[in-house]
Design a protein around this ligand. Structure first.
Ligand SMILES: [Zn+2]
Length: 207
């Protein structure tokens, strides 16, 4: 049996909904022809709405990570609710580092496949913090669809539970009450300035 795809018939019905039919037919049956829309403008408008909804759904369900090389949405088994950081472990000496790099282990010099990618938990302990009052606004990402980082904001050094010490932007903090030793966890915040959701990582006090 030979199958062929029949053209789609488009027609306009009440409520500006468009019924579309497509399917397969066998040879010998009455061929279908392209239907002509009663109102081509309405069809185009509907197609536009469908496309817009599709894009909106896409942007809602699949936010873009600003720096996907550095972190991931998935947590780890020890901190499942918090975004993880993309680090690596040296298979030779066990040194854990962040971010991932291929130059070699800074402790023993091993490189290549001796450096294993691992996910680092988004949890750690605050070592120090500082409030930034002057900053070159907009220099953080170089993208026009991402909000500029505007001072004042707080940066912190955090020793991750998995080893490395990182420097990151803190949120939900009161600089006066912030003390070394505070437990901190990772969060995503929305940094996009356009219709698309763009997420970047921050650290906040653990509740
Ligand atoms: Zn090493």
């Amino acid at each position: 049996m030979i199958r062929s795809l029949v053209p789609t018939t488009v027609s306009r019905s009440a409520g500006a909904e468009v019924a579309c039919s497509s399917g397969l037919r066998t040879r010998g049956s009455t061929p279908l022809r392209f239907g002509r829309a009663d109102n081509l403008g309405a069809v185009q408008e509907l197609a536009s709405i469908i496309s817009e909804r599709h894009n909106k759904r896409k942007s809602n369900s699949m936010p873009e990570l600003l720096k996907p090389d550095l972190y991931a949405q998935e947590g780890t088994t020890s901190a499942p609710g918090y975004p993880s950081l993309k680090g690596a472990r040296c298979a030779h000496c066990g040194f854990v580092f962040f971010p991932r790099q291929a130059y070699g282990c800074e402790v023993c010099g091993q490189a290549g496949d001796r450096l294993h990618p691992i996910a680092l938990s988004g949890s750690g302990t605050l070592i120090a913090s500082a409030e930034v009052h002057m900053h070159s606004n907009g220099a953080t990402s170089g993208r026009t669809d991402v909000k500029a980082l505007v001072a004042p904001f707080t940066i912190g050094m955090i020793k991750l539970d998995d080893g490395p010490t990182i420097r990151t932007i803190l949120v939900e903090v009161n600089e006066r009450n912030l003390k070394p030793g505070h437990r901190m966890v990772s969060h995503f915040i929305e940094v996009g300035s356009g219709p698309r959701r763009v997420l970047d990582i921050r650290f906040a006090p653990a509740s």
